[in-house]
Design a protein around this ligand. Structure first.
Ligand code: SAM
Length: 250
């Protein structure tokens, strides 16, 4: 069995906890989790008594070497975050990298991920996509980040963009996206995925920014932004003309 298993857990609907996830959590010697107050009750409901060890952004780097040593000594760990797929805007990357670099066997139990679910429901091209995690909350840093994306698009990047966002910042984030990427850019806001009030609202960045400025949203939110429109293809006309000239023996 792998010494480290990255286990995805639900993003709101407990029915999404898979049989393989349950087995991995039951079989591990210890479960590394972000917050024992979140993971503890979830395991208790399933009758799983595997001991929990907190692993979060503040202790992960410090704990990783010791945890990898224990893996090398035969201890089998499962890693979960509070919700969804660990490492994805959640702790676990430093530990996974340390284990991989040490040659420890690492596996994963795939499952819920808000970014991918929002992408598939957005009606926007699924690939290529760029997962941006959370945009910086401070306006100056956010503008700088969007500036880097705009520069990448000018250089030819044609990707659907995915961001996590807090509800109280959604309207200003959409306004910043509209100002940076263009008012007419198609987008989608996915809210409360897999939960009772799941909702996906699709429209231009302009329309979505206006809607959420007027209706403060609640709950958990993913923003998906479509790629820039294909540039008009003057090349086709030019090619036609060149072909006609060539056929005419010009
Ligand atoms: N690891 C998680 C995953 O795989 O999706 C994401 C963790 S990140 C700390 C939490 C953010 O993910 C939320 O602020 C929200 O942007 C997004 N999110 C998580 N669950 C969601 C849901 N049910 N509906 C919409 N967005 C969600």
């Amino acid at each position: 069995a792998p010494a480290l298993v990255l286990v995805a857990t639900p993003i709101g609907n407990l029915g999404d906890l898979s049989p393989r996830a349950l087995a991995a959590l039951r079989d591990a010697d210890s479960i590394l989790c972000e917050d024992t107050r979140v993971t503890g009750p979830m395991l208790a409901r399933q009758g799983i008594t595997t001991p929990l060890v907190p692993l979060h952004d503040h202790n992960e780097a410090g704990m990783a070497p010791r945890l990898v040593e224990r893996m090398q000594g035969g201890t089998r760990f499962a890693l979960v975050s509070d919700a969804g797929t660990p490492l994805m805007s959640d702790p676990g990357f430093r530990l996974a990298r340390a284990a991989i670099e040490a040659g420890v066997a690492v596996s994963a139990v795939p499952g819920p991920n808000a970014a991918v679910m929002a992408l598939t429901l957005s009606g926007l091209p699924p690939h290529p996509f760029l997962f941006g995690g959370f945009l910086p909350p401070k306006p100056a840093a956010r503008t700088a980040e969007l500036g880097r994306l705009v520069a990448a698009e000018r250089a030819g990047l044609r990707a659907t963009l995915i961001f996590y966002e807090a509800p109280h910042r959604l309207a200003e984030a959409l306004a910043a996206l509209r100002d940076g990427l263009g008012a007419a850019r198609p987008a989608a806001v996915a809210r409360e995925l897999t939960k009772r009030f799941e909702e996906v609202r699709r429209g231009t960045l302009d329309a979505l920014a206006a809607h959420y400025a007027a209706h403060a949203p609640r709950g958990e939110i993913v923003v998906v932004v479509g790629p820039p429109a294909e540039e008009e293809a003057p090349a086709a006309d030019a090619l036609d003309a060149a072909l006609r000239r060539a056929l005419a023996g010009g």
